[in-house]
Design a protein around this ligand. Structure first.
Ligand SMILES: [Mg+2]
Length: 290
């Protein structure tokens, strides 16, 4: 058995390296051949995951690193294992993936996998969510201003800076080619529970149901957005008439009057509308308990 570990050394404030080492020791003492790739910059994880000739790719890192590995693995069928370091990845949380490297190691040795869906935007895969509107505007701003990703607190100032100037331009959303909504100002397309931009608003979502969960907002302004964020943070996003929830297979989003509406995938900038999003059912295998 041959296993590649892809480790973002900054994950979990360095705790990722320690956890990766523990997993590596566990596997090596059981006769597994391992290799560890430390990521330095954007694209490293994607390239490392795209190399063939391994039985499993373990990723130790944040959402951005996990996203790169999912894209690098592509259609190869090689299972991905998530070793959560620090804040748990939303997929790891939904699938109850163990935090202990040794427990995860046991699952890897048994090749115990589950099959999950991904979202697709062109040929770019996402595991957590895509978002159009204010959250994407903040993400674009942060990436333009500095290299690398920020923790939750690092986003507070950018959120304030961007949101005080944000004009909430509206766009058109078409679902599964038949239902159309105009005047949408914020849309989140989630592939899994727990993670939906700044809103944990999609707790009905499942990473293996063959559907994307879409939350759309209209009649938004900064005060209402803050209100929704607060309510969803405490787990009770209101079933307001200004919030629309659907389960879909395809979503098309097009700008109306304002041409530059930001879009993000798994917390990274992904250009501007228009975009077409679709579900990729049974996209990949992931090491997880039954
Ligand atoms: Mg789903």
């Amino acid at each position: 058995m041959r296993i590649r570990l892809i480790v973002n050394p900054t994950a979990g404030r360095g705790n990722g390296l320690y956890l990766a080492k523990r997993l590596e020791n566990f596997l090596v003492t059981r006769g597994v051949r391992t290799e560890t790739v430390r990521t330095n910059q954007k694209g490293d994880a994607l390239r490392a995951a795209a190399q063939p000739d391994v039985d499993c790719v373990v990723v130790v890192g944040g959402d951005g690193t996990v996203n790169e590995v999912a894209n690098g693995i592509g259609q190869s069928g090689i299972p991905m294992a998530l070793l959560p370091a620090g804040t748990a990845n939303a997929i790891a949380r939904e699938l109850h993936i163990p935090k202990s490297p040794e427990t995860l190691g046991e699952l890897i040795l048994r090749n115990q996998t589950r099959t999950i869906d991904a979202g697709l935007c062109g040929n770019r895969r996402f595991l957590l969510c895509g978002g159009a509107g204010p959250d994407a505007a903040v993400i674009h701003y942060v990436h333009k201003k500095r290299k690398g990703r920020l923790g939750v607190t690092g986003y507070l100032l950018p959120v304030l800076l961007v949101m005080t100037k944000y004009s909430f331009p509206s766009f058109r959303v078409t679902l599964d080619d038949y239902e159309t909504f105009d005047g949408i100002q914020y849309a989140v397309i989630a592939n899994c529970k727990y993670s939906a931009g700044i809103f944990p608003a999609t707790r009905e979502a499942s990473v293996a149901d063959g559907l994307l969960d879409l939350v759309m907002f209209h009649n938004l302004n900064i005060v209402r957005l803050a209100g929704y964020a607060a309510r969803s943070f405490f787990g009770s996003l209101a079933t307001s008439k200004d919030v629309i929830y659907r389960k879909v297979k395809t979503v098309i989003m097009e700008p109306l009057e304002e041409p530059s509406i930001h879009f993000q995938l798994d917390g990274d900038p992904a250009g501007f509308l228009p975009v077409t999003i679709e579900i990729e059912t049974c996209a990949m295998k992931i090491i997880a308990p039954d």
